[in-house]
Design a protein. Sequence first.
Length: 315
Amino acid sequence: MGTTHFVGVDIGGTKVAAGLVDKDGKILSHERVPMVSSSSSEDGLNAVLSAIAKVIPNGTAEVGGIGICAPGPLDPKTGIILNPPNVPCWRNFPLAESVQKLYPVPVKVDNDANAAALAEARWGAARGYKYVFYATIGTGIGTGIVFDEKIYHGRTGSAGEGGHVSIDYHGPICRCGKPGCIEILASGTAIAQRARDQVAPGHKSRMLELAGGNPGAITGEVIVKAYAEGDVLANAILNNAVEMLTVWLSNMIDLLDPDVIVIGGGAAALYQPFFDQIRERVAKLTVNPRSSEVPVLAARYGADSGIAGGAALCA
């Protein structure tokens, strides 16, 4: 296989997923092991090495590089994991260097949104576009910026935290400490919580019916299904979130002037029915006179975006 194949690794707080990816971005194999995030740094490293070994049992003669999506904060230039809250076993840990001791090939480390953006630019929905803005919407909102197939990292490697751009100074306080970040307003978590808060027992709502009468069981999937069935409250909640997301995307267009917007993540399905509406509304909110030309596209890679992204770092 040689250098036309790459290993992508996706590290989370509870699991490590790894896969072998070819030069066209096709994921050929997929393995998963538990992540030991609250033990020693060596135990965490061994979980990563175990996942890699399952993908390339014959060693690195098969691959041209290993790319790792890891929780931040991290330094993509040195491959050092700084102090991620979800992986407390690593503090100023040289992950790239540690992996390279066992696998003597190029090893790259970056955060998941940056890497996923690169995979979409290289192999996915944004292939052929020069200036790419990528948003992954799920529990939170992460973003990646790719110019000419290169991730924009900024001066210190911390660029691209678009989920923590505020659009409402008087809004709810985000986990980062700022008021009105788009993450606290329009992430999958935020939308589901808004629905739970607004659905009252005894009040007729298809969302409540689909959740078995338990407001706490309302999820994004429940909201989408209720919306499709004509539920008035689900429609109002989604349209409110779409409006906030649209304002934020108009800001990103005026700031970055991308030629494509790609939306991925677990909650992307919440917004996909509104992509045309978002594009039309954005054109009315931006200063950019050609913003109506910017397509809003669904990402190619779903749950495996970390594996594809990791591979793209080395491809």
